[in-house]
Design a binder for this molecule. Structure first.
Ligand SMILES: NC(=O)c1ccc[n+]([C@@H]2O[C@H](COP(=O)([O-])OP(=O)(O)OC[C@H]3O[C@@H](n4cnc5c(N)ncnc54)[C@H](O)[C@@H]3O)[C@@H](O)[C@H]2O)c1
Length: 270
């Protein structure tokens, strides 16, 4: 720990599992007070968490940090507004909001899948980012302090990808939201950036990661590293983007993928 985020208060959505859990832990380790928001308190089943029976705040407190859990459905503006209110009433303000909660509809071509895939993906992956950003920005403006928003998008927001049209469409929209928010609120001292990870083993991708052939294919296509992305890679990027070291970075979509997105192999065949 180097205290990169000492004195900061951060909200992380989807903080009970996967990337969000690791981001929350890394933020606390860097000195931030963390509000862990999710629809469930303990991790999703099927992921690869250490200590899956404990909530993220329990782990953070055991490690000497400060965190609380707040139940929140990012698709519901009222619960997101209440989330920010709780953060402010408990900790006196808000500095960093990480829109991380997301879903990944089942794979399939457009003609095979119901349009409800798109509705669900948009509700969480786009409307969730909209809601989180809206109430975070309202609080930043009220504090007159500036602030930072980080959206966990995906490599899928940067290019086409067979059999995951609903996911890619939603992540493409989240990328555009990132850039638009950066332009709109830059003058108010608000930085807005995205992290675009490649495939990482979490509950979201376990159906794929647990298939040896698929797992190996992703590894083989990575130009660098000979492995999948790890939640630690994503959490390190989230610490950097929230820190003073990223003080002049905004509107950026930072890929964290070992160069996988450069190969384009995935656009034809996962
Ligand atoms: N795992 C990957 O390979 C990968 C790659 C690129 C981007 N992403 C993105 O990273 C983010 C985190 O994914 P992950 O892999 O950690 O997934 P995950 O499924 O392990 O964790 C997601 C968390 O979000 C929560 N969540 C889902 N819907 C919610 C809602 N409506 N309101 C509040 N919380 C909700 C879940 O309960 C869960 O705890 C997502 O936005 C995902 O699209 C994941």
């Amino acid at each position: 720990m180097t205290g990169e985020l000492s004195g900061q208060t951060a909200i992380v959505t989807g903080a009970s599992s996967g990337f969000g859990r690791k981001i929350a832990r890394y933020y606390a380790d860097e000195g931030a007070t963390v509000v862990c928001a999710d629809i469930r308190e303990t991790p999703r089943e099927g992921g690869y968490e250490d200590d899956p029976d404990r909530s993220t705040p329990e782990i953070i407190e055991r490690e000497g940090g400060e965190a609380i859990y707040v139940e929140c459905d990012v698709t519901d503006p009222d619960t997101v507004s209440a989330l920010v209110e709780t953060c402010v009433s408990e900790f006196g303000g808000l500095d960093v909001f990480v829109n991380n909660a997301g879903i990944y509809p089942p794979l399939g071509k457009v003609h095979e899948r119901p349009v409800e895939d798109l509705d669900r993906a948009y509700a969480v992956n786009v409307k969730g980012v909209w809601n989180g950003s809206k109430y975070a920005v309202q609080q930043f403006l009220e504090q007159d302090s500036g602030g930072t928003i980080i959206n966990v998008v995906s490599l899928a927001g940067l290019c086409g990808w067979a059999e995951q049209a609903a996911y890619n469409a939603s992540k493409g929209a989240a990328k555009q939201l990132t850039e638009t928010l950066a332009i709109e609120y830059g003058p108010e001292g608000v930085r807005v950036n995205a992290i675009c990870p490649g495939f990482a083993p979490t509950a979201l991708t376990s159906d794929l990661y647990d298939v040896e052939e698929f797992k190996q294919k992703i590894t083989d296509n990575a130009p660098y590293g000979d492995r999948w992305v790890s939640p630690e890679d994503v959490a390190n990027a989230a610490v950097f983007l929230a820190s003073e070291k990223a003080a002049f970075i905004t509107g950026e979509c930072l890929t964290v993928d070992g160069g996988y997105g450069l190969t384009y192999a995935h656009t034809r065949d996962l």
